[in-house]
Design a protein around this ligand. Structure first.
Ligand SMILES: [Mg+2]
Length: 221
């Protein structure tokens, strides 16, 4: 079946910014500290305990921060209120190569984003990258989703919104367990954005930067 649509994760996929990830993490740590009364080493120990718990459940890479926060007793509303105090524009630089590659791919494919960022967080990131929202036919954020990635329903929602079959879609993400494994289960094709080659049955292709995709999509057809 020909490919008709590409679906992109955002953080770690359309851009990488350690400083933004750190800023988000610090906001969540501050919140967990306020709620739990834990500080310093005790707080970090508790966070590490939750991360190893999630790793045992199959998150071999970084578990989604929404899940870490949830296990630490932070509600979804509290989580997004805290991280949306961060301005992505302070951390993310314009990426003209990404912008031109997506515009080019838009001529052939429907494009979508599927992200656990809030609508506000996504808008800030796209603005910082120099990417117009018009490039995407569908944008699903935490504001739109009842269950966030890696829940399979998030992936079904994007297929419904795009009006395509799973076999006609490529899911592009940086975390196998939360972006690619659920997509693969539904029958979508998968691309990992990573500097390291992946050895996983859930990954069809690995690229270092999303812009490489415009010449490599044909490998997936
Ligand atoms: Mg990501």
């Amino acid at each position: 079946m020909p490919i008709r649509a590409l679906v992109f994760d955002v953080e770690g996929t359309l851009f990488k910014s350690k400083s933004l990830t750190d800023a988000y993490r610090n906001q969540v740590l501050k919140l967990v500290s306020e709620k739990s009364g834990l500080n310093g080493e005790a707080l970090l120990k508790e966070v590490r305990r939750v991360i190893s718990e999630l790793r045992r459940e199959g998150y071999d890479q970084r578990p989604p921060s929404t899940l870490i926060a949830e296990r630490l007793g932070v509600t979804r509303e509290e989580f997004y209120r805290a991280i949306d105090e961060v301005n992505p524009g302070d951390h993310v630089k314009p990426d003209p190569e990404l912008v031109s590659a997506l515009k080019e791919m838009k001529r052939t494919f429907k494009l979508a984003v599927l992200t656990n960022l809030s609508r506000k967080g996504l808008t800030g990131v796209l603005r910082a990258l120099g990417l117009s929202e018009d490039v995407f036919d569908v944008m699903l954020t935490a504001d739109d989703l009842e269950a966030l990635k890696p829940h399979i329903s998030a992936f079904k929602r994007v297929l419904e919104a795009l009006k395509v079959n799973p076999e006609e879609v490529v899911m592009v993400g940086d975390i196998v367990a939360s972006d690619l494994a659920p997509a693969k289960i539904l029958g979508m094709k998968t691309v990992l954005v990573s500097d390291e080659p992946a050895n996983s049955p859930h990954v069809d292709l690995t690229v270092k930067h999303v812009a490489e995709l415009k010449n490599k999509i044909s490998l997936l057809q």
